[in-house]
Ligand binder design. Structure first.
Ligand code: NAD
Ligand code: IPM
Ligand code: MN
Length: 370
């Protein structure tokens, strides 16, 4: 690969603060490791709305489609609470996912050993936790039509969202989950609500059929999504890979985040299908958290979710496995050293800000590279 084209979309709130730490790490990759990342930047979310009146410009959308990978910060915030629905900050992220056809969202929840005490759950419940939520990302109620508010008269309105899943959408996300499970604990738990939703009935049928046809060597369990949420906080180590739809995946991954200590710890990868000729796949990497308006501008946001998203990018888009492993080891090492941003701070550890955390991880990465 001659050069590696990366588009950075920092976004709003703590997005740019976390992205600044990633930029430092990439600068080191280029200057000292000769990794040859070609960086470009664009606007997304509220910052794009302020500049162009929409949540992502056509030009930046074009750059995203042309890049080898996109690194995304976070979007949204109270400043844009009343802007029109179609141009609200979150619409920029949804457009990226849809137009780049990023149907597979991988959200690993790993409890780093040093953080077992930072979770709101008992340490023995989360110690050693390593689960992967595979969230379907381009279908379901996020995109189904009709999606509207209609006026019924007599001061009554009706809000409508539509949950739709077709066989091929369920089949391909199930395939991703089974493949990933084979490379780790070999177990998939599929979550839906077949007891009330027709799309849940189909989900269950298609996952079962996909398993039977191609993946019968992997253990498959089914769980109703509400019970799955309960099991995630009761005994999360029973899970290996969870596969679920767009909305349940959104909610369950925020729940899973707290098993790791903080929403500021969870990275994600959003992947498209491999190109038939080259095998390359479109990809966007982003933390699971949002723009955190309550802490933005204070220099206290945890950049680990963003930095761990860069590690996923190294692994999945560029096959830089050793570098990805080393970056994750650097994160773990800094936590072992007792350094913590405020969200994961606990008695006896040292509280540091966003920049210091980025510097500490880069310092550790350099030491591991020497
Ligand atoms: P949020 O994830 O922004 O924040 C939830 C809580 O977690 C807050 O208390 C916040 O301070 C804390 N938190 C989140 N990330 C943190 C980090 N890195 N370090 C320390 N603490 C962190 O969710 P919200 O408050 O419900 O949403 C705020 C805005 O973000 C909304 O506009 C929402 O739509 C948007 N949002 C965007 C994304 C995204 O861009 N991918 C994801 C979720 C929410
Ligand atoms: C996430 C976010 C997004 C989602 C929003 C910002 C559109 O919550 O990535 O988890 O709901 O998918
Ligand atoms: Mn979410």
């Amino acid at each position: 690969m001659a050069s590696r084209k990366l588009l950075l979309l920092p976004g709003d709130g703590i997005g740019p603060e976390a992205m600044a730490e990633v930029r430092k790490i990439i600068a080191y990759f280029n200057a000292d490791l000769g990794l040859d990342f070609e960086l470009d930047e664009g606007l997304v979310g509220g910052s794009a709305y302020d500049a162009h009146g929409k949540a992502i410009s056509e030009e930046d959308m074009g750059k995203a489609l042309a890049a080898d990978a996109v690194l995304f910060g976070a979007v949204g915030g109270p400043k844009w609470d009343s802007v029109a629905y179609d141009v609200r900050p979150e619409a920029g992220l949804l457009r990226l996912r849809k137009d780049m056809a990023l149907f597979a969202n991988l959200r690993p929840a790993i409890c780093y050993p040093a953080l077992a005490a930072s979770s709101s759950l008992k340490p023995e419940v989360v110690e050693g936790l390593d689960i992967l939520i595979v969230r379907e990302l381009t279908g379901g109620v996020y995109f189904g039509e009709p999606k509207e508010i209609i006026d019924l008269g007599n001061s009554q309105k009706r809000g409508i969202d539509t949950q739709i899943y077709d066989t091929f959408e369920i089949e391909r996300i199930a395939g991703v989950a089974f493949e990933l499970a084979r490379a780790r604990g070999n177990k998939v738990t599929s979550m839906e609500k077949r007891n009330v939703m027709k799309s849940g009935v189909l989900w269950n049928e298609v996952v079962t059929a996909t398993h039977k046809a191609r993946y019968s060597d992997v253990q498959l369990d089914h769980m109703l999504a509400d019970a799955g949420g309960m099991q995630l906080v009761r005994w999360p180590k029973q899970f290996d890979v969870i596969v679920t739809d767009n909305l349940f995946g959104d909610m369950l991954s925020d729940v899973a985040a707290m098993l790791t200590g903080s929403l500021g710890m969870l990275p994600s990868a959003s992947l498209g299908a491999p190109d038939a000729k080259t095998g390359a796949r479109k990809a966007l990497y982003e933390p699971v958290h949002g723009s955190a308006p309550d802490i933005s501008g204070k220099g206290i946001a945890n950049p680990i979710a963003m930095i761990a998203s860069l590690a996923m990018c190294l692994r999945y888009s560029f096959n830089l496995i050793a570098e990805a492993d080393r970056l994750e080891a650097a994160i773990s090492g800094v936590l072992d050293d007792g350094l913590r941003t405020a969200d994961i701070w606990s008695q006896g550890s040292t509280k540091i800000g966003t920049t210091e955390m980025g510097d500490a991880i880069l310092g550790k990465f350099k030491a591991l590279s020497a």
